[in-house]
Structure formats: structure tokens, C-alpha cells
Design a protein around this ligand. Sequence first.
Ligand code: ADP
Ligand code: MG
Length: 359
Amino acid sequence: MSTPVVELQNVAKEYGPVVAVEDVSLSVQKGEFVVLLGPSGSGKTTLLSMLGGFTLPTRGQILIDGADVTGVAPAQRPTVTVFQDYALFPHMTVKDNVAFGLAMRRVPKPQRTELANAALTQVGLADFGDRRIHEISGGQRQRVALARAIVIEPAVLLLDEPLGALDVKIRRQMQNELHTLQRELNATFIHVTHDQEEAMSLADTIVLLNHGRIEDSGPPERIYREPASVFAATFMGDTNIIRGTIAKSGRGNVTVDTALGTLKCHGQGEPGEAVSLSVRPEAIRCGAANGPDRVKLGSGRLSDFVFQGTFRRCLAATGPDASVQLQLRLPLDTQAGSDAPTPIWTRSTDIVVLRESSE
Ligand code: ADP
Ligand code: MG
């Protein structure tokens, strides 16, 4: 692998007794789209702010293009930050906002205009250069903020919840555009969000943060299919967690004693060890469980059907005295009523075994 464009080595940030970021190490490759994902307060903004030079780490080192920039001021770094509130100059025109950073870098005027126009074209605002900020929409302001950042051609573009203020439809559209733009520029983007759908639609690599630590990191599909912890499983979409104890293990398989019976699944662990099993709602089916890899999850009544367009969401009450409630996402053609108890099952390959210690 080539030299990473960004490298964090054991970076931590404490505010008195508050640990905002605790021992984060991370490498980012050139041209990678990295999304820092996590709930509110998990340390995303603090981490991004240390990358941008606005916050000094308590410990650790930050390298960009191989150089230690840990204590270097924002303007002296090859990074640009797009803030959530865009921080545009309301009294200036769109074009002057975009050209502002170039002026600071003493780029001559004719060249500034040319570069600003090119950046505005790239974000689809070629005809808006002479407008003032209050004369354009929220989505357009977002694009101006983006144009102002890319015009500098930073080695790394840092984005803190840049789509957070937009309504859902424009947000989805901007996600697509941001993705396309990043590919066109072949630039390195580090993007913060608390929205797992946004993270999945943008990222080459998701870095999932929880309490200032990296809980899991990797391609979205891997984190979704094989989360590293209960937190990762539940944060990356809906899931069912079934607790149990390993009864037997060997050859990459374990059998786990649970309230739903003894379940056989792929995984590792020692007999006696407490584990949590994660099964996605779309991986649970109802009806006869015939087939070698099918694992019975008891039987139960289905209730609370909700039509969701491409599937039907419902609940199944299974286990002893119907004490275990599972969420299901059934294909629309599933023949399932709510009167009689129905067998509930999944595939052994759809069960992820998570150690309790990784919670
Ligand atoms: P996120 O962006 O994921 O919501 P932040 O990085 O903003 O999280 O915050 C992480 C933690 O650090 C939170 O508990 C927050 O209250 C705390 N924190 C952030 N900035 C400061 C500060 N300047 N002073 C004290 N505590 C802070
Ligand atoms: Mg934040």
C-alpha cells in the first residue's frame, strides 16, 4: 500500500475530565472517501477539528503527506474544512466567496476569477456567480461552500455534517453529487455524519466512533454484514440481538444456547462464553424451515404489520411464553397472517456472533 495521505497516531483530546477522543489511530489513502460516523457526542467534530488544525490534540501525532502537522495552524495545512453552517460571507457575491481563499493565498485577480468560475461550474452554479448569498437557496449555499473549498485544491477536504441542514430530498441529491465530485477530483474527503444511510452511500471506508474510540472501520458492506461489535451492529441499521452462551465450538462453527433454543452458526469462541447474536430483520423468514443451513428461531405470532413500499415490516413474538420479540422485514409476496403461530427461521450464514466484551 502507498504512503497514506493522512495518518493519525494514538490521537487523544481531553477537556478536563471529558475524554472527547481517546487513542485514535487511522490511515487514509489518497483519493479515499472516509466517513466518520457516530452518534452525537462520539468525538467526530473533535477529530475533524484536530485534522483541520483548529483543535490541538492532548496526545498523539497527525501526519499529512508524511509531514507532522500536529501543531501547525489551519491555513498552513493542506486541508480545507467545510463547516456545517457553511460560514459564507453574506455581504459578498457567490463568486467573491469562492475566490476569497485564493485572494488570501495571493493568487492574481484574473486567475482567481477563472478558478472561481471553474469551481462554480463543477458544483453546478455557473450562472450564480453574481448573486449574493441571501439570494440563493440552502442547497445552493452548500454548493458555494463546497466550491470555495475545492477551488484551493486541498490535499484533504474535511466536511463536518455539510448536508445536515438540508431537507431529505435535497440531501439525497447532494449525496450523489458529492460522491461524483469526489471521484472527478480524485481528492481525499473526510466527511462527518451521524446518519448511517448517508455514510453508506458516500464512503469507501466508514470509521465508526463511539465514546471517542473507533468501534469498527472498513467498507460499508463489511461493517453491515459483519459488524465488529454489538454497537456496530445496532448503529449500522436495524438488527435483532439474541443473547446466549456458547455450548460447543469447532471448525469455525459454534452452537449457542439461547432463549430460542440451541442455534448453530458460523463463528468462534470458547464453550461457556457469553455472546450476542445479531440477525438483520431482512434475514428472518417465516414458514417451513426446510434446508440444511436453516436455523429455527422458534415459532410465534406476527403482529404490527407496516407496509414500507419494498417490504413489509412486522414483529414476531417467539421463544418461551412469546417472550422474545424479533423485528422482521418480509418480502411483499410472503403469505403471512397474524392468527396462527408461524415457524420463524434464518440462515446460519446470516447470524453474526459478537463477543460480549466487544460491546
Ligand atoms: P460529535 O461531533 O460526535 O457530536 P464532539 O466531538 O463535538 O462530538 O464532542 C465529543 C465530546 O467532547 C462531547 O462529550 C462533548 O461534549 C465534548 N466536547 C467537545 N468540545 C468540547 C469543548 N470545547 N469543551 C468541553 N467539552 C467538549
Ligand atoms: Mg459534531
